[in-house]
Ligand binder design. Sequence first.
Ligand SMILES: C[S@@+](CC[C@H](N)C(=O)[O-])C[C@H]1O[C@@H](n2cnc3c(N)ncnc32)[C@H](O)[C@@H]1O
Length: 272
Amino acid sequence: MENPLNHLSGSEWLYWTNTIYSTNYPPDPTHQLRKKHGAIKPPELMAEIIAFFSKEGELVLDPFAGVGSTLLGAALVGRKAVGIELNVEWIRIFREITSGFTVGENGFIQGQGGRKIEGLMLHGDCLEELKKLPAEQVATIITDPPYGCQHRVDFIKETNFSMYNPGEEKDLGNSRGFVEYLEKIAEFAREAFRVLVPRRYLIVLIGDRYQNGEYYPLSMKVAETIQKTGFKWKGMRIWWNQATQRPLKPYAIRRCYVSNITHQNILIFRKG
Ligand SMILES: C[S@@+](CC[C@H](N)C(=O)[O-])C[C@H]1O[C@@H](n2cnc3c(N)ncnc32)[C@H](O)[C@@H]1O
């Protein structure tokens, strides 16, 4: 029987159904430029996900594109890609990458001399931009939205999240609370459902959070929200990249248990 989804063998497909997903990607040649963003993903990871959920030449969409790691992943495996991003600085960095780097014969990103990195980056609020796209034309949506609301400033007080767009109401990460954030995720998912080819997949990378001294299972809340828009929740992979693991932080040591959240969840949904 023909495989309608990808070019993988049975054993490659089986390997990919493991819920634990451990990788060991070192920083790639574009890392120095991309790391200004603060929440980047390895292009090799994105390439693996894209290779599972599409065929060569098909169209991949990332509506929360950042500096374009999904678009770089698509270039590695020969898929067309469109990204949408609110912050022009991240789009500028993506364009700097596409003019300075190429894909080598070994399938990795290198300097000049290889295959050109294509990929169209649209500037704007994806909740608006998605409405302008035609129905049922996108083979897969693979995206990494902001992880909740105001956590960077109000709770964690981390300053290394430079992806934060201060004062920009359209940034999902600036939602006034998780209720508003999840409403926007629902709005996004309804449009994602419309633009996807039937029976194809929406993949959402998302981390869990700590809030007011409790574990907040953001990935589960996002999954339930997306299910309500018509998608079937087909599975989840718990992803961890060993090579870029930051040291564990000593939260409340010998006082009370607090998790160091070192994984991210890759949520897998299907249209129909
Ligand atoms: C977690 S980051 C994505 C990072 C990306 N995976 C990468 O490796 O570069 C989420 C991105 O969503 C963008 N964003 C937030 N709200 C948006 C919206 N309404 N429309 C488009 N982009 C948005 C942020 O500016 C941020 O760059």
